[in-house]
Design a binder for this molecule. Structure first.
Ligand code: AMP
Length: 287
């Protein structure tokens, strides 16, 4: 058997001009550049995005920035896990070429005044319960795309509404980058990997996979022709009985427009957000 491939840690950049020079040098040599934006606390889901980046492009840049503007005032910005050294170690396994770790002042100088709002797509689901969240996401992702200027940027289907919002912003604003989604990486019991899973205690962790189980069962019933309403009501009741609460939403939406659906004919998604103790979990599955 071949020995495992070992890589060096990616080169870390915190200076915009140095990052830009490195990316431009690659591009001059005809090398394609793929960006994977993250908030760090990297897990196997993030690493799958980086592996995908290396499979489809020559150079992979991973940005690590915990973006304050996408957190609400009562959300977990202050306690969000941060360990860049561990993240860089983890990235060494993937062959990522560069880690872009901008300082807060680089991203948001004191008189920062611009915001990108994507109407419509952001009105329901997470947008309804996290006001301002997607404006924060769209704005920071636009900045990251302009800083790195990749050919392609990858986003997880785990954050499905985010993926659609970014696709729309990139199209509307002619940002000139290809956006691709990558399927959700899960634990063996179905729980979607998330940096927030580490907030779960042992009892919560045991209950957490029910979220995916409920979504998968609803998707199967919809595929068989069932109507959404009763399935969703049962699903909320099951999650509540299992210990989730509040269930912020459990919905069936068109996979592209995110319009609500009662019956499924084309590509659709079942999506949910629910608290388990103090931890907010989101997940979605394709129908
Ligand atoms: P985050 O650090 O949570 O902002 O996530 C960075 C990127 O990784 C986003 O595009 C997420 O959708 C993606 N991601 C997070 N968790 C997973 C997962 N379990 N599987 C696939 N992609 C993921």
């Amino acid at each position: 058997m071949d020995p495992p491939i070992s890589h060096a840690r990616p080169t870390r950049f915190s200076d915009r001009a140095a990052l830009r020079a490195a990316v431009e040098a690659w591009r001059r040599q005809g090398e394609s550049v793929v960006l994977v934006p993250t908030m760090g606390a990297l897990h196997a889901g993030h690493l799958a995005l980086v592996a995908h980046a290396k499979a489809i492009g020559r150079r992979a840049v991973v940005s690590i920035f915990v973006n304050p503007t996408q957190f609400g005032p009562s959300e977990d910005f202050a306690r969000y896990p941060r360990d860049v050294a561990a993240d860089l170690d983890r990235l060494a396994e993937t062959g990522a070429d560069a880690a872009w770790t901008p300082e807060i002042d680089t991203m948001y100088p004191p008189d920062f005044s611009t915001r990108i709002e994507v109407a419509g797509l952001t009105e329901g689901l997470c947008g309804a319960v996290r006001p301002g969240h997607f404006a924060g996401v769209a704005t920071v992702v636009t900045k990251l795309l302009n800083q790195v200027r990749p050919d392609i940027a990858l986003f997880g289907e785990k954050d499905f509404q985010q993926l659609q919002v970014i696709r729309r912003a990139v199209r509307d604003l002619d940002l000139g980058v290809e956006i691709r989604g990558v399927p959700t990486i899960r634990e063996a019991d179905g729980l979607a990997l998330s940096s927030r899973n580490r907030y779960l205690d042992a009892a919560e962790r045991a209950v957490a996979p029910r979220l995916h189980a409920v979504l998968a069962r609803i998707a199967a019933a919809l595929r068989a022709g069932a109507a959404a309403g009763p399935l969703l009501a049962e699903g909320v009741a099951e999650l509540t009985a299992a210990g989730f609460g509040p269930v912020q939403y459990l919905e069936v939406r068109d996979a592209e427009t995110l319009a609500p659906l009662e019956r499924v004919e084309g590509p659709a998604r079942v999506l949910a957000a629910a608290y388990l103790g103090r931890t907010r979990l989101i997940d979605n599955v394709a129908v």
